[in-house]
Ligand binder design. Structure first.
Ligand code: SF4
Length: 344
């Protein structure tokens, strides 16, 4: 009999599972707390669960775990974790410390099918989706070493292409009996899968980040093939319809690429496009990498773009490139991962 990995289950899923074993549903809360608040790796650690029931659980279920196969630390404090999965595939998570808070960037797929032109992960294609357990186990593993304050689904993969695992993972992260992250502290990022944005909003309460990166369909078609299916007009309408709790914003991610999307006209169009969406803008200067012909914008261009947005009362942050010396910047994970794989 194949064992059930209980880290694939949300609290309500675990309640149903436990009542299926003939036990009271409230036992699920106890077990959930052991898993995510006390990091239990074995049913025998769950001392407030009867010995008999622990024996049943051990026979029918398992508690999966991940431990990093390699950790790379950057000079600026960024740490990159390489996790080898049960089938030999691998993913990465990146811990980014900033002003006393640690943000953990986690992966949702092995590789990615979206083929964004500026992204190394996209060039490798999709190997497979992660399970809910493989997603939450990245958080369990890093939390063993460092406090984690924020979670962002911005590692390998398009989270909205794996909603059946991502929505339960978000619910485990934000469950008061689970990891207990505030819904303010968890962000899911998308390249713009419009129907799935609505599904995400129905399935959980979470912050949304949209990787926009262009202000015309012509340019966005060129760098993000998803735009051909869901052009800007549809994407921005989906942003506007996304169920945001009060006083929350959608994060608009904008990777600035020299001479492609970094002009003052782009800044002007961007302000117009997001004018009726509660949003803040993250400007991310493109990080040059081998195999990609795009160039980083000049500092002068970045400053001019940033200032225009500020002058128009748009909340904007220009993200400094973190972990550059370990290639932990967005879209550079898989490339480095493969280099590490070749050293095996
Ligand atoms: S930027 Fe994100 S969605 Fe696009 S290819 Fe890379 S990992 Fe996939």
């Amino acid at each position: 009999m194949e064992k059930t990995d209980i880290k694939n289950l949300t609290l309500s899923g675990l309640e149903a599972y436990i009542s299926g074993l003939g036990k009271e549903r409230f036992r699920a809360k106890q077990i959930f707390k052991w898993l995510y608040q006390m990091d239990a790796m074995d049913f025998d650690e769950m001392t407030n669960v009867s010995k008999e029931f622990r024996a049943v659980l051990k026979e029918r279920a398992e508690i999966s775990n991940l431990s990093p196969e390699a950790v790379e630390a950057s000079g600026d404090g960024t740490r990159k974790y390489l996790f080898r999965l049960a089938d030999g595939a691998s993913v990465e998570s990146v811990l980014i410390p900033d002003e006393g808070r640690n943000t953990l960037c986690i992966s949702s797929q092995v590789g990615c099918a979206m083929k964004c032109a500026f992204c190394l992960t996209g060039t490798f294609g999709l190997a497979r989706n992660l399970t809910t357990a493989e997603i939450v186990n990245q958080v369990c593993a890093v939390k063993r070493e460092h406090p984690v304050n924020n979670i962002v689904f911005m590692g390998m993969g398009e989270p909205l292409a794996n909603l059946s695992a991502v929505i339960p993972a978000v619910n485990i992260l934000t469950d008061p009996d689970g990891f207990q992250f505030s819904t303010r502290k968890v962000t899911v990022s998308t390249s713009g899968l419009v129907p799935e944005m609505a599904e995400l909003g129905r399935g959980c309460t979470v912050n949304l980040a949209v990787s926009l990166n262009a202000t015309t369909d012509e340019v966005r078609d060129q760098i993000m093939p998803v735009n051909r299916a869901y052009p800007l007009k549809e994407l921005l309408a989906a942003c506007k319809a996304f169920p945001l709790p009060s006083r929350r914003w959608i994060t608009i991610e904008y990777v600035m690429i020299r001479d492609l999307n970094d002009t003052l006209d782009d800044a002007k169009r961007l302000v117009r496009l997001i004018s009726n969406i509660p949003s803040k803008v993250n400007l991310i200067p493109f990080n040059e990498h081998d195999g990609c012909g795009f160039k980083s914008p000049t500092q002068e261009t970045i400053d001019r773009f940033h200032k225009y947005l500020l002058d128009k009362h748009v909340t904007v942050i220009t993200r400094s490139s973190r972990g550059g010396d370990i290639s932990a910047a967005c879209g550079q994970l898989k490339g480095k991962l493969d280099q590490m794989g070749q050293q095996d």
